[in-house]
Ligand binder design. Structure first.
Ligand code: ADP
Ligand code: MG
Length: 698
């Protein structure tokens, strides 16, 4: 019997130590289990043979049975190619090779039966098949004439002669050698209830389906299983925590909240803000710990919700803390809160990396004594030296920048876990939210404060500087302010900063009548602060910056966002940046400046941006364009890596099913004592051990 988990791949004929190492290094295939779970990326239907006379240039892959009549080399130098005239007795088609000519001539014989497989194209008025697969007509035993699997391989593997075909040999041999059913990983009652095929069937058919329906059923089973275990894990963990963690009860909404509401609130709350505050009040009064994700598009007024939530904690004699991802944003919150709370007996303090010495000591002391009521900070608040007297509420702004581990650390600051409100402006598509934050309750602010005009987004090529300047001048002369943002990524940081500095110099030269601030990550914090401050207070009219301002800066008077090299930004980032304008009552503009040559994907991105302002629509589009693996947040949580079959962009319905099934399992078996479910807990344990961050996504 083969030990699927542990048997290494050298048990396969044709796989010696050298190839085993290659499979391990390149595709992380070490054991039979790994090979089983290395799924083909596509199948090609080889059930049908075509006659050569039927072939047209617009057909997808086809296969033809016939013989080579003769070989010919044509052209010179780099254009040299080998042509084989191939016939099925009725028509003739040319098979063409541009490289490996010697090999082809020696490997294939004339007047011998072959099955060729490839994509027809037209050249010089004739039908060609370039670089076809050629198989001995009799030896085509591999899944002969069925759906043929195609596997990914790497350059290094190909150089060593391992291609998709070799992988096919390996998997086909593996299935012949596996002499027992592959052990099941889901309870049989669930398989029956949901009409899912067994794991054994699923694995065999995901590689070698007899028909498209077989393949679909195999994939469904595997997708379901992946998503189901993630959901089971999250939901079980959440229920567990709910039982163990008593939350502080904030019984009253007291004087501070009311005083703020009546005296300090500069405007009426939007309906959505009111609803969310109600939801939060219910949570914190319930006796269980709040874990709420607050989603709201940029500019929807999340900060105010955060502040009012913290006031509820204060009214119940607890401290509150809000954590922002950047120093600039923390400082901005700090200033906003101080202004908004003026006249109220609330001590707000700031703690970031640049708060040092005596000022820092005073903050720390005040926190421990309990006379600092609200702490605003960056991840500096996580340090061990920061101790609270009674921390009751934690707000995390722009959550996707904080790792899971960091969030857990905040809870350690108290014996009881504080209530947690996580705010994000990157709208997360529902499917992704369920996978990443499945244990959080979700509130959505789906309404912008009144009087906002949607930002107008315009695409402009960077050769049209003059019309860009005309637009900027028009707004600047109205007294508005302008952002000009440059991309910055680690790998090309030096170049990026050079770009920005050149752009800054050019603006100073071309628009000399305006004052310009310039901010980037390589500047000293104090310098950055001064430049920023000059823009925030209106002393300068233009802010040239890298994405440091991406998250959170609030300058309602700014009405133009120019994004240079917009092709280098992802959709989510573009949307975030655009959200920096359109905060006042005036019409605002976002100008996406790109080079002329753009890839199809980039064009699509830019087009989406010019067509919609709806963050959720953009997030869905982003998920579809890039796939979930690239989305911020999924990287650190590791979820995307563990999905081999399921695709969060496409498999929303399966995810729903997985979630409701996991909930039902736990409803029916709350103490995990049902014998039928033992297999689930065993499997869950195994998965937790195996996967990186998979365990606790929360
Ligand atoms: P975000 O959700 O992106 O964090 P902010 O909290 O920064 O948004 O709010 C954006 C702007 O809208 C701020 O200037 C804020 O003062 C203002 N604002 C928030 N709520 C309201 C409201 N109900 N009515 C009018 N303006 C509001
Ligand atoms: Mg914000």
């Amino acid at each position: 019997m083969i030990d699927i988990e542990h048997q290494d791949v050298t048990f396969l004929p044709g796989v010696g130590p050298r190839r085993a190492k290659l499979l391990g290094d390149e595709l992380q295939i070490h054991t039979v289990h790994d090979l089983l779970y290395t799924f083909p990326y596509k199948h090609i239907d080889r059930t049908r043979l075509y006659a050569i006379r039927e072939l047209t240039a617009d057909m997808p892959y086809v296969q033809v049975r016939g013989q080579i009549l003769s070989f010919e080399t044509e052209g010179e130098g780099r254009k040299r190619r080998l042509v084989a005239h191939f016939t099925d007795g009725q028509g003739v088609v040319d098979l063409v090779w541009f490289n490996g000519l010697k090999y082809v001539m020696s490997a294939y014989k004339v007047r011998t039966d072959y099955i060729i497989f490839g994509r027809p194209s037209a050249f010089n008025g004739r039908i060609n098949v370039v670089h076809p697969d050629v198989d001995d007509a009799d030896a085509l035993h591999l899944n002969a004439m069925g759906l043929q699997p195609y596997y990914n391989t790497t350059e290094k593997m190909k150089r060593a002669g391992l291609n998709s075909r070799s992988m096919e040999h390996f998997t086909a041999t593996m299935f012949r050698l596996i002499d027992q059913p592959i052990p099941e990983t889901l309870p049989s009652y669930l398989l029956e209830r949901l009409h899912l095929v067994s794991l054994d069937d699923a694995l065999r058919h995901v590689h070698y389906p007899a028909c498209a329906e077989d393949l679909r059923r195999a994939q469904l089973r595997l997708k379901f299983e992946e998503l189901f275990y993630i959901q089971l894990n999250i939901i079980r963990y959440a229920r567990d925590r709910r039982q163990k963690c008593r939350g502080y009860v904030f019984a009253k909404v007291g004087t501070l909240f009311h005083a703020f509401y009546e005296k300090n609130l500069p405007f009426e709350l939007t309906g959505a803000q009111k609803r969310v505050i109600r939801e939060i009040r219910q949570d914190v009064g319930s006796g269980r710990q709040m874990n709420r994700l607050l989603q709201g598009d940029v500019g929807s007024g999340k900060t105010l919700v955060a502040l009012m939530t913290m006031l509820i904690a204060l009214d119940n004699s607890f401290q509150a803390c809000i954590m922002a991802p950047t120093e600039i944003l923390a400082e901005q919150h700090y200033t906003t809160f101080q202004k908004m709370l003026s006249g109220l007996p609330v001590r707000v303090e700031l703690l970031t990396g640049i708060v040092k010495g005596r000022r820092r000591a005073a903050v720390l002391e005040g926190l421990e004594r309990g006379d600092v009521h609200i702490l605003v900070g960056t991840h500096a608040v996580l340090e061990d030296t920061v101790n609270f007297h009674s921390l009751g509420m934690v707000v995390i702004d722009e959550q996707h920048r904080f790792g899971v581990a960091q969030r857990a650390r905040l809870w350690m600051k108290n014996t009881n876990p504080p209530h947690v409100l996580v705010m994000t402006a990157t709208p997360i598509p529902r499917t992704l939210a369920m996978t990443l934050y499945g244990d959080l309750d979700v509130s959505v602010i789906d309404e912008l404060p009144p009087g906002r005009k949607p930002v107008q987004t315009i695409h402009q090529y960077d050769s049209h500087r003059e019309s860009l300047y005309r637009g900027m001048r028009a707004q600047l002369n109205e007294g508005r302010q302008v952002y000009v943002v440059y991309p910055l990524i680690k790998e090309s940081e030096k170049m990026d900063i050079k770009n920005l500095e050149e752009g800054y110099e050019q603006l100073r030269h071309d628009l000399p009548e305006y004052k310009i601030s310039c901010v980037h990550g390589k500047m000293k914090a104090s310098e950055k602060e001064a430049e920023m401050q000059a823009f925030v207070t209106g002393q300068t009219q233009i802010l040239v910056a890298t994405t440091v301002i991406e998250v959170g800066v609030n300058v309602p008077n700014a009405s133009v966002m120019v994004i240079e090299n917009a092709e280098r930004f992802g959709l989510a980032q573009l949307h975030q940046l655009r959200g920096r304008v359109g905060r006042g009552a005036e019409q605002s503009y976002c100008i996406l400046v790109t080079k002329y040559q753009l890839s199809a994907d980039t064009r699509k991105r830019i087009q989406i941006m010019t067509e919609t302002n709806d963050g959720f629509e953009i997030a869905e589009a982003d998920l579809k364009l890039r796939g979930p693996g690239d989305l911020e947040g999924t990287q650190q949580s590791g979820v995307a890596f563990t999905l081999r079959q399921a695709n969060l962009a496409r498999d929303g319905q399966i995810l729903q099913l997985a979630r409701s099934t996991a909930e039902k399992v736990l409803d029916e078996d709350p103490f995990c004592s049902d014998k039928r479910n033992e297999i689930l807990w065993r499997q869950l344990k195994k998965l937790r051990r195996g996967a990186m961050n998979w365990g606790v996504i929360s």
